[in-house]
Design a protein around this ligand. Sequence first.
Ligand code: FBP
Length: 255
Amino acid sequence: MFESKERKLKKIMKDGKAVLLAFDHAIEHGPSIYEGIDISPERIARIAFDGNVDGIILHIGAARRIKKLIGKIPIIIKLTARTSLTSDENQIQQIVTSVKEAKEIGATAIACTIYFGSERESEMLKMFKEIKQETNRFKMPIFGFAYPRGKKLKSKYDADAIRYAARAGAEIGFDVVKTYYTGDKESFSKVVKDCFVPVLVAGGPKISEEKDILKVVEDVMNAGASGVAIGRNVWMRNDEEAVNLLKEIGRIVHK
Ligand code: FBP
């Protein structure tokens, strides 16, 4: 009845690797911190298409604005959200879109975030059970953002915490884990080694020099990552730079 999850995953990760453009920031961080940057879904989709990405991650409202592209680029619909208008204590993402809605708009996969270590972790784990039941029904791959949070952490970029979160994501059924870069190849190779599903790396806040981003991509790939799911470092540049950077990243990831 539904195409298998494995076939869908193969549409995104043809060679087992992927370069994804992440675009859920306008809800996570709000538009004002991106002042002067065109954060319209139409622009981001154009950059994704011209940059030959393997998929684009966005919320359903934004996806409705780029319907022409659905079918040309795999769409990964983000099901969970939070805003930065809440206090830091409230580190939880809630389900805002169903797998069925994602399926109906033509998504190839879904994405969700879990803040492992947050005071509200147990609510998110419960929420994940609901997502999993629906993805099983619609045979949708889960791209899980495994992000450490919480009072016990020195920093959300702590290498051991990232390693733990990535493994926890694999344990609970993420098909692909996306997490932060630990900052060096050695520690990131431990993250990958302990995570028995493919690991994609987030780009993080904008790095000014292109060569420095490409070095991160080289390092994470050498550490065993399966690619990147990158946002700010791409679309915070002008269109031409963004497209060229995506192509360069693609050459490294798919070599
Ligand atoms: P970036 O490449 O811009 O870091 O995007 C990856 C991402 O996971 C986004 O999908 C998400 O909105 C953002 O990072 C969350 O960042 P943070 O957890 O630091 O708020």
